[in-house]
Design a protein around this ligand. Structure first.
Ligand code: RB5
Length: 147
């Protein structure tokens, strides 16, 4: 990764898991850019998906982790930006494939859907798996240029 900073953001539905994963990533010696939230007060997940998109576009982080209750809403929000490839995952295989095939730059969890231990394994895999390129590059390029 060109920039060792990992951005992280969530809505109120995943605050506890966001805090857990923030500490986990910091424990690996990486810098975490915390875009909120910082409590369980109700917020709107698009604001945080868009904040992640802006942080990546501005080069403030190379990759990100997003969370909301299901993971769905914040995935939709982030993926409205062409430079974001946000992958909602529930297992390690999909975390690996999100990197190998999709060059995902954002990993997404549902805070009400996954436990902290499995989420840690997914984060580890996401951070250490390279994009395979080749035939996948052509497909990823098309994602940046929707017709
Ligand atoms: C908030 O209650 C919940 O709707 C949100 O976290 C997320 O699951 C939306 O997709």
């Amino acid at each position: 990764m060109s920039n060792d900073t990992i951005a992280i953001a969530c809505d109120h539905g995943a605050f506890a898991l966001k805090e857990h994963l923030k500490a986990f990533v910091e424990g690996k010696g990486l810098t975490v850019l915390d875009l909120g939230v910082n409590s369980t007060d109700s917020v709107d997940y698009p604001d945080f998906g868009y904040a992640m998109a802006a942080a990546l576009k501005d080069g403030k982080a190379s990759r990100g982790i997003l969370l909301c209750g299901s993971g769905i809403g914040i995935s939709i929000a982030a993926n409205r930006h062409a430079h974001v490839r946000a992958a909602l995952v529930h297992d390690v295989t999909c975390a690996r494939l999100s990197r190998e095939h999709n060059d995902a730059n954002v990993l997404v969890f549902g805070g009400r859907m996954i436990g902290p231990d499995l989420a840690e394994e997914c984060v580890d895999t996401f951070l250490t798996t390279d994009f395979e390129g080749g035939r996948h590059q052509r497909r990823v390029d098309k994602l940046s240029n929707p017709t």
